[in-house]
Design a protein around this ligand. Structure first.
Ligand code: PLP
Length: 459
């Protein structure tokens, strides 16, 4: 029976971002149930969900009230678009998101996911500048190794060469600047002292955005897209002052600052919107994943009144939308999910425990393979290295053997679902549901300790 499910998956279900040839015996691990921080496979084995699905299941699995909110809404009004007519849950949710968002970010344009939100934000930025008489402004700046989604515009903004190479030429006008990987600051900047001075490195990294705007021509640049903590490459938090400097640069050159919070919003860092944690106000927030804790798909671009204003005048409108954007069932689930956030104080829980999560993961620093432990809130990357003293990383062949050939499967077999990623330097990524506490932190640490110790012996 189990074999049948797993092999039927192989036969018909095309797995995303996955080498189909990697499945032993043509069997795809199949997850059938979730409860709290745990998931179960078709063979009845339990795993700790160390990645909240895919940075999504903030409130944990098995929440009956979210399922009931979906059923209630489907019975009442299963579907209506937000094309010219509204429905109550979309209105309530837009109102609520606006109330959580900082500054004058009060206009909510719904999508079905994160990539569409990024796509929407770029199109919106381009049209905004046409409406205000700066029609040349269309380019975007984003950071190297950052992931912003797979639609062709969002993929252009993405800074991962391997994710893009088969689809070139992509949307022109997307330029990359260095990210805030402090562990590799000396290498990235070419200035050894910056490896010792976080604030100076942050200033340098932010200044690269200014350099890119100047190199491209300020009258051609529409927006800068950045995650509050960059996921891809393994959780790069912003150095102190980084976002304040970015805001200043964007204001100087009339460039929109887009905070791509598809992962970082909704409690991942302990605040509804992550820009609040780092004290900046963007012009647009893109978000998705955690808004419903994954019980139904939805995304959004949350736009400032200032940027929205010209779209509300005369004959102007934004010729853009999605059939399922702001879906009534997803909007109802998002409302119920945000009720859970408030009732159970999920953000407060993350803020209370984040130091404990960090300290527990930092215990792993005694292992020879652990080069760096970095992140914020409930969002961490552990960078693996061949030589700690020199920070030497693995070559392609070692990476292949270590990450694909051993680590992902070994961690899963040991009862931890998380992600071993080599889109930048090799990292293990962790982002557990926000209901987790010390018990799960310890479980994560113990499994990682034993599997990483074994990995070292196999090198
Ligand atoms: C920062 C960021 N932007 C955009 C996306 C794309 O979101 P989606 O997969 O919902 O299209 C992701 C997905 O992980 C993301 O992390």
């Amino acid at each position: 029976m189990t074999e049948t499910i797993d092999s039927r998956a192989y036969d018909h279900l095309w797995m995303h971002f996955t080498r189909m040839s990697s499945y032993k015996d043509h069997a795809v691990p199949t997850i059938v149930k979730g409860d709290g921080a745990y998931i179960w496979d078709a063979k009845g084995r339990r795993y700790l969900d160390g990645l909240a699905g895919l940075f999504v299941v903030q409130a944990g699995h098995g929440r009956a009230e979210l399922a009931e909110a979906a059923a209630k809404q489907a019975r009442e009004l299963a579907f209506f678009p937000v094309w010219s007519y509204a429905h109550p849950n979309a209105i309530d949710l837009a109102d609520r998101l606006a109330s959580y968002a900082p500054g004058d970010l009060n206009k909510v344009f719904f999508t079905t996911g994160g990539g569409e939100a990024v796509e929407t934000a770029w199109k919106l930025a381009k049209q905004y500048f046409k409406l205000v008489g700066k029609p040349m402004k269309h380019k975007v700046i984003s950071r190297s190794i950052a992931y912003h989604g797979t639609p062709q515009g969002a993929l252009s903004i993405t800074g991962i060469p391997d994710a893009k190479k088969y689809f070139e030429p992509l949307v022109p006008g997307a330029h990359k600047v260095p990210n805030t990987n402090f562990y590799r600051a000396a290498e990235i900047s070419g200035v050894p002292e910056l490896g010792q001075d976080l604030e100076r490195f942050g200033r340098w990294a932010a200044d690269q955005v200014e350099q890119a705007i100047l190199a491209e021509g300020p009258d051609t640049v529409a927006a800068v897209f950045v995650e509050p903590v960059q996921n891809s490459g393994g959780c790069f938090p912003p150095p102190p002052g980084y976002f304040q400097r970015l805001r200043e640069i964007c204001d100087t050159y009339d460039v929109l600052l887009v905070s791509d919070e598809v992962i970082c919003a909704f409690g991942r860092l302990g605040t509804m919107f992550a820009c609040d944690k780092f004290g900046y106000v963007p012009d647009i927030i893109t978000c998705a994943k955690g808004m419903t804790s994954g019980y139904s798909p939805i995304g959004a671009a949350i736009v400032s009144d200032r940027i929205a204003a010209p779209f509300y005048e005369g004959d102007n409108y934004f010729p853009h939308g999605y059939t399922f954007g702001g879906h009534p069932v997803s909007a109802a689930v998002a409302m119920a999910n945000l009720d859970i956030f408030e009732r159970e104080g999920l953000n407060e829980q993350v803020l209370k425990n984040e130091q404990a999560f960090r300290s527990t993961l930092e215990k792993l620093s005694d292992l020879p393979i652990v080069g760096d432990v970095r992140g914020d809130g409930y969002f961490y990357g552990i960078e693996l290295v061949k030589d700690k003293a020199t920070k030497t990383t693995f070559d392609d062949d070692e990476s292949e053997r270590l990450l694909r050939g051993f680590l992902s499967t070994a961690l899963f077999d040991a009862g931890l679902y998380c992600r071993a990623d080599d889109r930048g330097d090799p990292v293990v990524q962790l982002a557990p549901p926000l209901i987790c506490d010390q018990q799960q932190f310890d479980e994560i640490e113990q499994i990682l300790r034993s599997v990483l110790t074994e990995a070292w012996t196999r090198l």
